[in-house]
Write a protein that binds this ligand. Structure first.
Ligand SMILES: *Cc1c(COP(=O)(O)O)cnc(C)c1O
Length: 419
């Protein structure tokens, strides 16, 4: 329980203990790694009762807990981790996976069928984009994309132009968009989803919350049905594990977990244990990363070799974007991009001269990382589309870590001098 008498604890206060009973593990203060494939039933009656629940043959009675059966179906490290992850999003339930792509592809497969229409925001994470265009198209799912900044009227026009508006089944968005931090209004997408829902067809809204979650954006509060994560990023936070998660209502997560059982792409016990360890410091890590990002952004904006900085803290007031930012986010985050004056040559010179910040893709970890979207993470995006999204040769993306910000600024400064 996250309530004790009338006091409601904050998620960060519960990350060390929530959902774990030491008495069930010899008093160990931390959850052991339950490195086991199967679980012994006390007797045949218990085994029967566990299976009845697992297979949905009957409803849970009173305080009955689902019993442990087999680690593809459930495992204590996964269940405790899932309980803890629900706290940040205030979700009813959560399912964890062995990668962010496993979480994303499982949700798309469960809630889309051949003939359906999927509306998505652009640009999408490369893996998601590939899954949609190479796999979902192959099984007959139709797709249409819209851009950050498109008005609700424009988005509805895009849906109507497909001629398949009655088959719209899901709106899938990434906000802020990677790597330019362009924003999409989740509540507006929810209103569009409701307009296209009917008595026998609900249009779901899924949000990839990797860039700002679980601390700084809570999609479910704005009407989304799914808050999806690459837990490889902020949740894991140490660049040492690949994992994913999906938060939502009991109803949708029950479906997600059922498909997960049969695809077999659940997280392993060791992954669950690593993520629980990471969650204890999630808030302090992310808050320091955000503090550092503010300092780095201030430095970049004032630097003569920097043309433009893409960072939520710099959105001009009295704009539609600013209104979304105020309503949807609790921090400007720790991801920023900027245009180096010049082109690829200048951007590469900057990257190659960094001494502390490492050149690698991924984000949200304790160490700061830099990459060149046009030739790396977004190399697969159509060049025309890349240009429309401001993903040009001069753009550099930085994920800010927990280092001393004076060192980050020094490093960026000395590398810019060499451009
Ligand atoms: C990394 C990432 C993913 C994919 O997650 P994996 O854990 O690498 O499978 C999906 N979406 C976004 C926004 C990401 O950054």
């Amino acid at each position: 329980m996250n309530t004790m008498s009338d006091h409601k604890f904050h998620p960060e206060s519960l990350m060390m203990s929530y959902g774990y009973k030491p008495s069930l593990s010899e008093g160990a203060i931390k959850s052991p790694i339950f490195q086991t494939s199967t679980f012994v039933f006390k007797n045949a009656e218990e085994g029967k009762a566990f299976f009845e629940l697992a297979y949905g043959l009957r409803e849970k009675t009173g305080s009955e807990e689902p019993g442990l059966i087999y680690s593809r179906i459930n495992n204590p490290d996964l269940e405790i981790l899932e309980d803890r992850l629900t706290l940040w999003d205030e979700a009813e339930d959560c399912a964890v996976f062995e990668s962010g792509m496993a979480a994303i592809s499982t949700v798309l497969l469960e809630f889309l069928k051949p003939g359906d229409l999927l509306l998505y925001s652009t640009p999408l994470y490369g893996g998601t984009d590939h899954f949609i265009h190479h796999f979902l198209h192959k099984i007959g799912v139709h797709t249409a994309g819209f851009k950050p900044g498109d008005s609700p009227e424009k988005i509805e026009a895009i849906i109507e132009q497909t001629g398949m508006a009655d088959r719209l089944s899901m709106i899938y968005i990434e906000t802020p968009a990677n790597p330019t931090n362009a924003l999409i209004d989740i509540a507006a997408c929810k209103r569009i989803a409701e307009r296209y829902s009917s008595a026998h067809k609900r249009v779901y809204v899924a949000v990839d919350n990797t860039y700002m979650g679980p601390l700084w954006q809570h999609p479910l509060k704005h009407g989304a049905d799914f808050s999806l994560y690459s837990a490889t990023k902020y949740i894991g936070g140490h660049s040492d594990v690949i994992a994913g998660a999906c938060c939502g209502s009991n109803e949708v997560i029950a479906r997600v977990k059922t498909l997960r059982t049969f695809l077999g792409n659940m997280a392993a016990p060791h992954t669950g244990w690593l993520l629980m360890r990471s969650l204890e410091t999630l808030k302090v890590r992310m808050e320091q990363q955000a503090i550092n990002a503010v300092k780095v952004a201030e430095f970049l904006v004032a630097h003569p070799k920097v043309e433009k900085v893409y960072y939520l803290g710099l959105i001009p007031e009295n704009t539609t974007e600013y209104e979304i930012y105020q309503r949807q986010y609790t921090s400007p985050g720790a991801m920023l991009s900027f245009d180096v004056r010049g082109g690829e040559k200048e951007a590469f010179a900057f990257i190659n001269n960094l001494k502390l910040i490492k050149l690698a893709v991924s984000l949200g970890g304790t160490e700061s990382l830099v990459e060149h979207p046009a030739t790396m993470t977004h190399a697969g995006v159509d060049p025309q589309h890349r240009k429309e999204m401001s993903i040009t040769e001069k753009l550099v993306r930085v994920s800010i870590g927990v280092e001393n910000y004076n060192d980050l600024i020094w490093d960026i400064g000395q590398a810019l001098e060499k451009v």
